[in-house]
Design a protein around this ligand. Structure first.
Ligand code: NAD
Length: 354
């Protein structure tokens, strides 16, 4: 094989394992922080309160208003709260929405982040921030928003309902699938991507069958960690662009949409990225990568028809138009008719069977 790549890694300190949350106070101290602002969604307020108890006097407040896609108003309110309390660190306990809010604070203040992920989204391992203003989501990369410390404790995922486990896990797999055919794919990222796909493919159905299986949750979280690392170091392509469009312009739910689009994005790129597809298929233990991704999603109970999420066929035309704007890398050229056909397959939830 003819190798040609750039590899760059900027990584957080990672603690992984059941019960690792016990190390939180020591980790905040290790950063030299004395005034930690705890962030969560309203739904995870109880976990934020537990975090305050773990930190004692080092916790100076809770901001529990994190929501999907970081609306600019929420970011401003959280920044104001960090300033009012003179915080010197943010502790984010939750999924991508909460970590995203911590990043919005760090982007303008440089405050260090300790992230405690409770889903499989992977944001905690990336320097990617996102902010939504007037219905338009802007994203960028900035080293300041990469968390300094990440504590992965699978016990914290036990409250994540099985349906969310399935889609959140496949959201992580999407990072790894696209990393295998990204413009700046590299051998290290590809090793991590393939291993993350294997770990998630084997563990997600086990969690659905037995939600309290902590070993399976640990394996899924391990796969999610690798997928987040991969997303942080390698670019993305068609799949993420489509999901960004459907989430940003049509308010479709994040993890669910990643789950139903992934098999179709993989099918679109299959002929142009045969090596990547072979690695996906190997990781999943299947013959055909796009069909295998579809079958996995069905096996974890995911809804596979875009029509069920309130989109109309007219919306598909507009989504195809938007996906064609701002040229971006993809192994197969972006062609309007083919993208519209992809969206049609996703709309009706057809299994890719090429
Ligand atoms: P989320 O953070 O929005 O969480 C979804 C819901 O599940 C919330 O109500 C949350 O409180 C709840 N929840 C989370 N963990 C729980 C648990 N263990 N038990 C019970 N409830 C729990 O969902 P997400 O899919 O993790 O994140 C999606 C967001 O993250 C999107 O905005 C996406 O764009 C962003 N994201 C960013 C990156 C990045 O690198 N910047 C990467 C992936 C995702």
């Amino acid at each position: 094989m003819d190798h040609d790549f750039i590899f760059e890694a900027r990584q957080a300190r990672v603690l992984f394992g059941a019960g690792r949350i016990e190390a939180l106070a020591g980790e905040v101290d290790r950063l030299g922080a004395k005034r930690a602002l705890i962030l969560s969604t309203p739904q995870q307020r109880a976990q934020a309160e537990n975090t305050v108890r773990r930190l004692g006097n080092t916790a100076i407040g809770i901001f529990d208003q994190a929501v999907m896609h970081v609306p600019i108003e929420t970011a401003r309110a959280a920044r104001a709260e960090a300033k009012r309390l003179n915080a010197d660190c943010c502790v984010a306990i939750g999924g991508g929405s909460t970590v995203g809010l911590a990043k919005a604070i760090a982007l303008v203040t440089g405050l260090p982040i300790v992230a405690i992920p409770t889903t499989f989204a992977g944001s905690e391992m990336t320097p990617i921030w996102g902010l939504t203003e007037d219905g338009i989501k802007t994203t960028g990369r900035d080293a300041r928003v990469l968390p300094k410390t990440v504590i992965y404790d699978p016990e914290l995922t036990l409250t994540l309902p099985p349906a969310a486990v399935g889609t959140s896990g496949i959201n992580a797999m999407a990072h790894s699938v696209e990393a295998l055919y990204a413009e700046n794919a590299n051998p290290v990222a590809s090793l991590m991507a393939e291993e993350s796909l294997r770990a998630l493919a084997v563990s997600l159905p086990k969690i659905i069958a037995q939600p309290e299986d902590l070993a399976a949750r640990s394996e899924a979280l391990y796969g999610a960690w690798l997928a987040g690392l991969v997303l942080g170091t390698v670019g993305v392509a068609l799949h993420h662009k489509l999901c960004h469009t459907l989430g940003g312009s049509f308010a479709m739910p994040h993890a669910e949409i990643h789950t139903l689009i992934l098999p179709h994005a993989a099918a679109y790129n299959a002929a142009a990225a045969p090596d990547a597809m072979a690695r996906v298929a190997r990781a999943l233990g299947v013959q055909n990568a796009p069909a295998g991704l579809f079958d996995l999603a069905v096996s974890v109970g995911a809804e596979m028809a875009l029509s069920e999420f309130g989109m109309t066929e007219a919306d598909l035309d507009r989504a195809a138009e938007i996906a064609l704007t701002n040229p971006y890398y993809n192994p197969r050229p972006i062609e309007k008719g083919a993208i519209r056909a992809l969206l049609d397959d996703a709309y009706y939830g057809r299994r890719p069977d090429m």
